[in-house]
Design a protein around this ligand. Structure first.
Ligand SMILES: Cc1cc2nc3c(=O)[nH]c(=O)nc-3n(C[C@H](O)[C@H](O)[C@H](O)COP(=O)(O)O)c2cc1C
Length: 344
């Protein structure tokens, strides 16, 4: 009883939430962390389209005197999804990261997640994110410090190595030494960035060899590819990133497919409505129209890949600057009643 009293209540509850989520028979569907994309308005929108079971914040980039950004904290404090949230941290300073993890645990998160995958040169050259995968003793130390600091659940999101998939064998040995509550494996090396190949065999290897749940990540772009990834890896869950920007219905479609129900594809006009919802959701008061259109282009870079005549759409979208131009291009491509797979 005393032990229970001494636990920080939110952290203790958080650990239980994650364990019960992954204790269920159906695979857990998570929205991937995506910097400058998966903010509070985006979470809110995604949840209205069926939504994920679990939401990861974009990363908190921890430096020695770091104070967590209010804007990212808002997605936790005002989490509109009704589902649990995990706060992700990135960095390489163990003390600062432990301190930040403890601060974040005072907010309504069910776990703290460590990023071991970011392939951006500005991050990995500083030996953070994916850059840490070149230094396994350092990963080992960071995992030990964070596991000790985090009172509730502690999770890790990793790529399968820096240069070569064979590096994953040694990485798995490091992971297996620590009490990790969930490992998300993005089945690419850092060098492979977002290339076409996802090494599902390596994710399956993690599932087989680790005593804790493993989520599969990388190129889940449809209900069919979700079923295939689950079949090939036996993962306990799927994390979906770009596929959810293109197709916010993807979580419902996957649930339907796994339950043996027919998968419904949206028609063009529904996709147009989604773009309009997205415009309203991410539009902050006082932001000039041009900046707002600029912001939408970031989402359209992903969504456009899933449209017919993708190259023409993206060419035109990248050159527009007003709201009217933006929606007239979108309408030209989407004001129709044909079903869309929204796959690249
Ligand atoms: C715009 C963008 C931002 C991202 N930001 C993060 C991040 O903050 N933390 C992280 O762990 N991964 C980040 N990622 C990687 C995704 O979480 C995910 O691992 C990757 O996109 C592969 O999954 P997908 O094929 O479903 O998109 C980002 C990816 C994109 C496209």
């Amino acid at each position: 009883m005393d032990q229970i009293k001494n636990l920080n209540p939110p952290a203790a509850i958080g650990a239980g939430v994650l364990a019960s989520l992954f204790g269920q028979a159906s695979p857990v569907l998570s929205l991937a962390p995506m910097q400058d994309v998966t903010d509070l308005p985006f979470w809110s929108l995604i949840s209205k389209y069926g939504g994920a079971d679990l939401y990861f914040t974009e990363f908190f980039r921890v430096t020695p005197h770091y104070v967590p950004e209010r804007s990212i904290l808002r997605s936790i404090d005002e989490n509109p999804t009704g589902r649990p949230a995990i706060a992700q941290i990135i960095g390489n300073d163990p003390e600062a990261m432990a301190r930040t993890a403890r601060t974040l645990e005072k907010h309504a998160v069910c776990a703290i997640d460590l990023n071991l995958g970011c392939p951006a040169p500005v991050v990995y050259r500083k030996c953070a994110g994916g850059g840490l995968l070149r230094d396994l003793p350092r990963v080992d130390h960071l995992l030990a410090v964070l596991r000790d600091a985090v009172q509730g659940a502690f999770t890790v999101k990793t790529r399968i190595g820096f240069e070569d998939p064979s590096e994953f064998d040694a990485l798995l040995e490091v992971f297996s030494k620590h009490r990790i509550d969930l490992l998300t494996v993005h089945g690419r090396t850092v060098a492979e960035k977002y290339g076409p190949c996802v090494h599902l065999d390596r994710i399956a290897q993690a599932v087989r060899s680790l005593p804790f749940p493993v989520q599969a990540n990388g190129n889940v772009i449809s209900a069919a590819s979700a079923a295939d990834t689950l079949w090939q890896t036996s993962a306990a869950g799927l994390m979906i990133g770009r596929g959810a920007i293109r197709n916010p219905w993807i979580f419902s479609q996957i649930r339907d497919r796994l339950a043996g129900r027919a998968v419904r594809l949206p028609v063009g006009r529904e996709v147009l409505d989604y773009i309009s919802d997205l415009y309203d959701a991410v539009c902050s008061e006082g932001v000039p129209e041009k900046a707002q259109v600029q912001k939408m282009k970031k989402y359209m870079n992903f969504l456009g890949e899933g449209l017919d005549e993708s190259a023409v759409f993206l060419h035109d979208i990248r050159r527009c600057s007003t709201r009217d131009e933006f929606f007239s291009i979108c309408s030209r491509h989407l004001y129709h009643g044909r079903a869309m797979t929204l796959q690249p």
